[in-house]
Design a protein around this ligand. Structure first.
Ligand code: HEM
Length: 453
């Protein structure tokens, strides 16, 4: 394992990634097999430079360098081409705002994710997880990806908008969100920026789905304001009530709209992907599956899980943490330097792009022994304390750390426990899935057979 040493006294290894081509640089390798390519790079250095076309891009592979980037949010801000392309979709919300405005926005959105509010959202989680786990037919194959996405869409929509209109919102979100996520990713990776302007059927579907999502959010905001019935216990009420301690300011309707769009795009597919991977991994690891069943039986004794059970569902949480390690939904995110700076002894000019890849860190054998094996017990407190700071980043870090981390962990723990209490998820022999590195690291369709326990 790597040992801690003061960054200033350390000799950092720099490298140029191998395999670059004269004009394209490493763009083809990144386009074809991004996961394999990126995961090969820590072997070359602590800070690896690659070229995507003419642009140099830096990948810190050592957790201390990754930490430096994440905690210095003023110097390593969000930015670059990916952010510019996300703005027409997300507006100016937590993900797209620059450093100074982000601090104000975070102060305003944070109250919506306080523990007391998560406890209220958990009532929706309990209901929806119970509904999901009672909806299946014994022996009839299901597409786990589809089911998990439907579940997290229902939970998130109802936590955001607890009105009579919620069922309509759920249907609309389930229809539109996958189209928007897929289109946003296509635009993000298009180096020319021209794809979005072509008269393609896929672009028309994307525009239509985005318009419908925007209209839905506007209707929810109008409805909330018209009803004028105070705190409904949902996220939308908390956003309307939020007042900045420092300035006394509140959020405009447009700002609330942008935060809601951001939460929908950041919270649904991520949690669903990780849950799908958890079922896939459990299906291939009977011992872990048996340990999960044993815990759920002991803690719940045959009843549905409640929010109060979450702390006692420790193995269930370890299963999810380990799924997040092997298949982190946010497999890659970026920062751009706002001024010249130095990282690991290397001078980075202003506007340098820096890639942060939890996938790369989580599979580095120098950071996690036997990194390819699914071992939930590596998250037992006595073993987890040996994990280097900054090595495990499924929710990112620093001031832009995922605001929905507790929400997502709670939802996933309740979902795993509710389903494992009733069903053994049998894999279908010879089913092959490969991680799809898109907006999040999805599994694609995953057919499994629920068998009553
Ligand atoms: C397992 C599920 C989830 C994973 C793996 C995940 C991962 C992440 C990561 C890595 C970031 C940081 C990105 C960066 O630094 O650029 C992030 C940010 C964010 N996430 Fe999550 N997330 C999950 C669930 C959720 C949920 C459930 C919500 C909301 C309901 C949510 C809302 C957000 C928002 C709004 C941000 C931006 C925060 C900011 O910049 O202040 N996420 N997420």
């Amino acid at each position: 394992m790597r040992t801690a040493q003061h960054p200033a006294t350390r000799h950092w290894r720099h490298a140029l990634a191998p395999g670059g081509l004269p004009l394209a640089g490493h763009a083809l390798l990144m386009g074809r097999k991004p996961l394999q390519f990126l995961a090969s790079l820590p072997a070359y250095g602590d800070l690896v430079e690659l070229r995507l076309g003419p642009r140099p891009v830096f990948l810190p592979c050592h957790p201390e360098l990754v930490q430096q980037v994440l905690v210095n949010a003023r110097i390593y801000d969000t930015g670059g081409p990916v952010k510019e392309k996300a703005k027409p979709i997300l507006g100016n919300g937590l993900i797209t705002s620059d450093w100074a405005d982000h601090r104000r926005q975070r102060r305003l959105v944070q109250p919506a994710f306080q523990a007391a509010r998560i406890a209220t959202y958990a009532e929706v989680m309990e209901e929806e997880c119970e509904a999901e786990s009672t909806a299946w037919t014994a022996g009839r194959p299901i597409d786990v990806s589809h089911e998990m996405l439907a579940l997290t869409a229902r939970v998130t929509a109802r936590a955001l908008f607890s009105t009579d209109m919620a069922p309509h919102a759920v249907a609309e979100i389930q229809h539109c969100l996958p189209v928007v996520v897929e289109g946003a990713y296509r635009q993000a990776i298009d180096p020319t920026g021209l794809l979005a302007k072509l008269p393609l059927a896929a672009n028309r579907r994307f525009d239509d789905a985005l318009t419908r999502l925007n209209q839905l959010i506007d209707r929810m905001i109008d409805d909330y304001k018209r009803a004028d019935d105070g705190d409904r216990g949902d996220v939308l009420s908390a956003l309307f009530a939020a007042q900045d301690d420092e300035t006394g300011g509140t959020m405009s309707d447009q700002e609330i709209h942008d935060q809601v769009m951001t939460l929908l795009l950041a919270g649904i597919e991520t949690t669903a992907s990780a849950l799908t991977w958890a079922w896939f991994l459990l299906g291939r690891n009977p011992r872990a599956e048996a340990a999960l069943h044993a815990e759920v039986d002991e803690v719940l004794g045959g009843r549905a899980p409640r929010y109060a059970d979450v702390p006692r569902l420790a193995y269930t949480q370890r299963v999810f943490s380990e799924a997040l390690r092997l298949f982190p939904p946010a497999w890659l995110f970026t920062r751009t330097t706002t001024e010249a700076t130095e990282l690991g002894g290397r001078r980075l000019p202003p506007a340098s792009d820096v890639l942060i890849s939890p996938y790369v860190l989580h599979r580095d054998p120098a950071l996690f022994p036997d990194p390819e094996s699914f071992d939930p017990d590596r998250w037992l407190p006595e073993r987890a304390k040996d994990v280097a700071r900054g090595a495990y980043l499924p929710f990112g870090g620093g001031s832009r750390k995922c605001i929905g981390d507790v929400f997502g962990m709670t939802e996933a723990t309740l979902a795993l426990a509710a389903i494992a209490g009733r069903w053994r998820m049998r894999p279908i022999p010879r089913t092959k899935i490969r991680p799809r590195p898109q907006m999040s690291l999805t599994a694609g369709p995953l057919r499994m057979i629920p068998e009553p326990r």
